[in-house]
Design a protein around this ligand. Sequence first.
Ligand SMILES: [Zn+2]
Length: 89
Amino acid sequence: MGVVCHCHVAKYEKVSNRKFKCLACKKEVNCNDYLQKAIEDIHLIYPMERLTVNLVKKWTENHISSEKIRTYLNTHHKIFKNGPLTFYR
Ligand SMILES: [Zn+2]
């Protein structure tokens, strides 16, 4: 797991609370860009997978708090509720 940079050479590494950096091409992204890339990758690799906070958290190697992920998903994605399960699209 982990989020691969757009250059496809290396993963983003956490360099500060709000910044992630690819050590190969030196590209820097903020938390939201990092989360968005993670979500795009999940869709690409597991198109049928339901997007949940836990899945994104696992994908981003716990670099981002559940609260931040939930806020991001609530803002940028549609929420679906299915019984006790909440997921996003
Ligand atoms: Zn890169």
